[in-house]
Design a protein around this ligand. Structure first.
Ligand code: CTP
Ligand code: ZN
Length: 165
């Protein structure tokens, strides 16, 4: 008998009682998603990562299950840069009580550096966080609010994933 995808997933990691499930992450990117969210594992709550499982929509996908923590949409939206089709499921008492698609925010703060080395946001003595405005979503184009430099998607991926694509 062929195991259905749902059952197969159940065998890998159980359902959670309360918390957040980030689903439909491109295969292999779960660790980068955690990094973008600033989740290190030192927080102490249970976190399950499922990587490279079969998905009807994506071929393969990653899933992150965070027990005991309800992530708010504004804290998860920045993962849209590397997981544009991710779904955020809020779980209460084993049931999905809220399902959201991630959306690229209007401004991205701190996460990505301006590509202009002379920009004030890149000066080591200046306590300034980068602030990049989203000029276009498709294709993704960001603009530094300090120096006006444009940053394209390949440069965003290079910073977050450490490679060009
Ligand atoms: N999930 C979980 N614990 C729960 C409920 C759901 O870990 N108590 C997980 C499921 O395993 C799934 C995700 O949360 O990975 C979304 O659950 P659900 O909406 O039931 O699944 P689908 O209908 O397949 O979701 P979608 O339509 O978003 O693909
Ligand atoms: Zn700049």
């Amino acid at each position: 008998m062929k195991i259905s995808l749902k059952d197969e997933e159940k065998l890998i990691v159980r359902k959670i009682k309360d918390g957040t499930v980030i689903d439909h992450i491109p295969a292999g990117r779960a660790l980068v998603v955690l990094k973008v969210l600033g989740i290190t594992g030192q927080e102490g709550n249970i976190i399950a990562l499922v990587m490279n499982v079969e998905s009807k929509k994506l071929g393969k996908k990653d899933i992150i299950k965070i027990e005991g923590r309800e992530l708010k949409s504004d804290e998860v939206n920045k993962i849209a840069l590397i997981a544009p089709n991710a779904t955020i499921n809020i779980i209460k008492d084993y049931r999905v009580v809220k399902k959201m698609k991630v959306q690229i925010p209007d401004v991205i703060e701190g996460l990505i550096s301006c590509v202009n080395p002379n920009c004030i946001s890149n000066q080591p003595r200046e306590p300034i966080k980068s602030r990049l405005k989203v000029i276009s979503r498709e294709p993704l184009i960001l603009q530094c609010e300090y120096c006006g430099r444009y940053i394209k998607y390949s440069e965003v991926l290079e910073q977050l994933l450490g490679k060009r694509s």
